[in-house]
Design a protein around this ligand. Structure first.
Ligand SMILES: Cc1cc2nc3c(=O)[nH]c(=O)nc-3n(C[C@H](O)[C@H](O)[C@H](O)COP(=O)(O)O)c2cc1C
Length: 251
């Protein structure tokens, strides 16, 4: 395969130009477009053909407002033309067992991982499909700030939980693509390798420059400072109890 062929590949160009979109035009996203995006999501690989996820589209403005507040006051959750909630869903598989009188035991961590991964794969297909149609979007992990309230609002049964939301719409801004880690930090051959310090230092400085430029100097952190601050703090400790209460991730 020649370098030119790779450079001209539209799918690769799309993948490498991804950027989260948080400002949307008011233009509605047509029902057919959403349907196409969901069908693309359904085309994702799925563990053992289980298809262990559900996607809920929320249009009701009051629900949107609540979702925005419960996600940490993220305004675009209320204002985006489309908002999808991607749920890991083992409930449907429980029903499949009942239909055939098969014993079913809820609560396995492995089943929880399968359903979460299935939801994420479907979501990323949806994001790419949307981008290929000229839309943009952003994932909203913030919905896990208040999973209990959101489960009630969306009437999620046991064994279904909201993994993340996704705002979609026609972009009304065009942020720069965020440079990812040096490939040597994420791609290893034969055995795991700790990242090269010099390459990481150089990356840190490039990301610092990116933030300074993007925020007009308000944010000046390097990548390690930024992610370190995030990950050093406790991170949604309520999730363990919440998942167990939904008969997920118990054993
Ligand atoms: C699972 C997941 C959850 C996310 N949650 C949020 C969120 O709640 N709010 C937000 O503004 N961005 C959220 N993001 C977007 C990330 O911040 C963004 O993808 C990352 O900074 C890289 O930037 P880029 O998407 O523009 O390349 C989330 C992304 C993922 C994959």
């Amino acid at each position: 395969m020649t370098r030119e062929l790779i450079q001209e590949n539209d799918v690769l160009k799309l993948l490498k130009s991804h950027k989260s979109i948080r400002k949307f035009k008011e233009t509605i996203v047509e029902k057919d477009v959403i349907r196409t995006i969901v069908e693309a999501a359904q085309g994702a690989s799925t563990s053992s053909f289980l298809q262990a996820y559900s996607i809920i589209s929320i249009h009701d403005p009051e629900k949107r407002q609540l979702l925005a507040e419960w996600s940490g006051d993220q305004k675009y959750v209320a204002s985006a033309p489309e908002f999808l909630v991607f749920c890991a869903d083992l409930h449907r598989l429980n029903l499949a067992c009942s239909k055939h009188g098969l014993p079913y035991e809820a609560g396995y961590t492995e089943a929880f991982i399968i359903a979460t991964v299935d939801a994420a794969l479907a979501a990323q297909n949806a994001m790419i499909a949307a981008e290929s149609l000229g839309l943009g979007g952003v994932y909203i992990g913030g919905i896990r700030n208040n999973p209990d309230k959101i489960s009630d609002l969306l009437k999620l049964p046991d064994e279904v939980y909201p993994v993340f939301g996704m705002c979609l719409g026609y972009p009304d801004h065009n942020p720069d693509v965020k440079e990812r880690l040096p490939i040597s930090a994420v791609f290893h051959e034969e055995t795991y390798k700790t990242p090269d310090e010099k390459e990481m230092d150089a990356y840190d400085e490039r990301i610092r420059a990116y933030y300074i430029e993007r925020t007009k100097g308000k944010k000046r952190e390097s990548w390690t400072e930024s992610v370190g601050t995030k990950i050093a703090n406790e991170t949604r400790p309520h999730m363990k109890g919440y998942l167990e209460s939904k008969k997920l991730n118990q054993k």
